[in-house]
Design a protein around this ligand. Structure first.
Ligand SMILES: *[C@@H]1O[C@H](CO)[C@@H](O)[C@H](O)[C@H]1NC(C)=O
Ligand SMILES: *[C@@H]1O[C@H](CO)[C@@H](O)[C@H](O)[C@H]1NC(C)=O
Ligand SMILES: *[C@@H]1O[C@H](CO)[C@@H](O)[C@H](O)[C@H]1NC(C)=O
Ligand SMILES: *[C@@H]1O[C@H](CO)[C@@H](O)[C@H](O)[C@H]1NC(C)=O
Ligand SMILES: *[C@@H]1O[C@H](CO)[C@@H](O)[C@H](O)[C@H]1NC(C)=O
Length: 333
């Protein structure tokens, strides 16, 4: 049935009866360009109709006799930008993506019109009452130069993920009606994944002692709330050295006199890491050269002096590199 309908939808204003592929059957022809179909759990069909140069976007229910009716009603589909009495807060101004949510509502994304306050919104229609009973205005969370065009929900149906035409993803807390800022996810994505990979790079196994160099967000997460210690105190605390160490600083490191000392962290790690231990290097070590974005880039040397004898005698291993976020934080994609 769904496949049949899609064929029909492609028919647009000229029924393509002769173009229907073998095995498919035409079940309905529509006179309006139709962008999406949503089918409720009890089989009701809703169409969002857009992409017409002459007709305003509208939402309709497709009835069993192949006719359509404006949905949820005429008023919601009556926006007229030339009429000052037309209320963009209570009408569809430019509907785009639409779908049945986990709560059973028919949700429509209204991309609105730039500069028209209240026109950009997420509209929830209760299919029992056929009335709009949830409405989120999005003016305050969209950028002035873009609009939203589609939506997905979490399983619980209380978070909406809205795609934005400029390529952003807006996350709406449907309980509060406020957006969840990207910053709330920042640590879960790059930072957490990098910290996690640092432990992996060091060869960490449960129970291993770890020295983390650098108290940046990455370092703090890698340390899982341990206070970073100096080399002396690490060895006071772990006289045989720690099993693993992680560099969360990179070659911009400074020494106790706040002088740039590119190899201080690596050398310290070799000092404090015990026989057979491992070193994870997630601090940055690419020599960028100078550019307008990195005016002091050429002060970073691509080579450093390294205590290779200690490294060899202790049988240490070391792994480094840029971190691929997706394996440890799949949601961050
Ligand atoms: C709906 O339209 C299709 C294609 O035009 C037609 O075959 C079918 O009989 C129609 N169904 C009803 C109930 O009118
Ligand atoms: C839109 O509003 C203008 C101004 O009131 C009116 O002239 C026009 O007929 C309206 N268009 C439609 C399609 O109702
Ligand atoms: C948009 O409408 C809200 C009320 O819903 C109001 O607080 C806000 O000032 C309006 N913004 C503009 C630019 O008119
Ligand atoms: C839809 O409205 C009915 C009747 O008011 C109500 O019982 C039901 O909970 C509403 N649906 C949702 C998803 O809130
Ligand atoms: C949404 O806001 C509510 C109320 O502040 C809060 O309890 C809930 O955790 C928030 N949901 C998300 C996903 O942030």
């Amino acid at each position: 049935m769904v496949a049949d309908l899609f064929v029909a939808l492609l028919g647009l204003s000229t029924p393509l009866v002769s173009a229907v592929a073998p095995g498919l059957e035409l079940t309905c022809s529509l006179n309006r360009a139709t962008q999406g179909i949503s089918i409720s759990s009890d089989g009701r069909k809703f169409l969002s109709q857009r992409y017409s140069t002459s007709d305003p976007p509208q939402a309709v229910e497709l009835l069993n006799d192949n006719s359509t009716r404006l949905y949820p009603n005429v008023a919601w589909n009556s926006y007229n930008s030339s009429n000052p009495n037309s209320n963009p807060r209570r009408t569809f101004v430019s509907i785009d993506g639409a779908r049945i949510g986990p709560d059973g509502r028919y949700w429509l994304v209204d991309g609105g019109s730039q500069g028209v306050n209240g026109s950009s919104k997420l509209v929830g229609v209760n299919l029992t009452t056929d009335a709009v009973d949830k409405l989120y205005y999005l003016d305050s969370i969209i950028a002035s130069s873009s609009s939203i065009d589609d939506v997905r929900f979490n399983a619980a149906g209380d978070v909406a993920y809205l795609s934005d035409t400029a390529g952003a993803l807006l996350v709406l807390n449907m309980t509060t009606g406020k957006n969840i800022l990207d910053n709330d996810y920042l640590l879960v994505g790059d930072i957490f994944a990098t910290a996690w990979a640092g432990l992996d790079f060091s060869g960490f196994e449960t129970g291993d002692s770890v020295a983390v160099f650098g108290s940046s967000p990455v370092g703090l997460l890698a340390a899982l709330c341990h206070t970073p210690r100096g080399i002396r105190s690490i060895l006071d605390y772990e006289p045989k050295g720690v099993k693993r160490s992680i560099d969360c600083i990179g070659y911009e490191a400074v020494n106790a006199d706040l002088k740039h000392e590119q190899n201080i962290v690596i050398n310290s790690m070799v000092s404090v890491t015990a026989q057979g231990g491992g070193i994870g290097l997630i601090g940055w070590f690419t020599a960028p050269g100078s550019s307008s974005g990195t005016p002091r880039g050429s002060t970073m040397s691509p080579t450093i002096e390294f205590p290779i004898s200690d490294f060899f005698d202790k049988g240490l291993s070391m792994r480094s590199g840029a971190v691929d976020v997706l394996p440890s934080a799949p949601g961050a994609g």
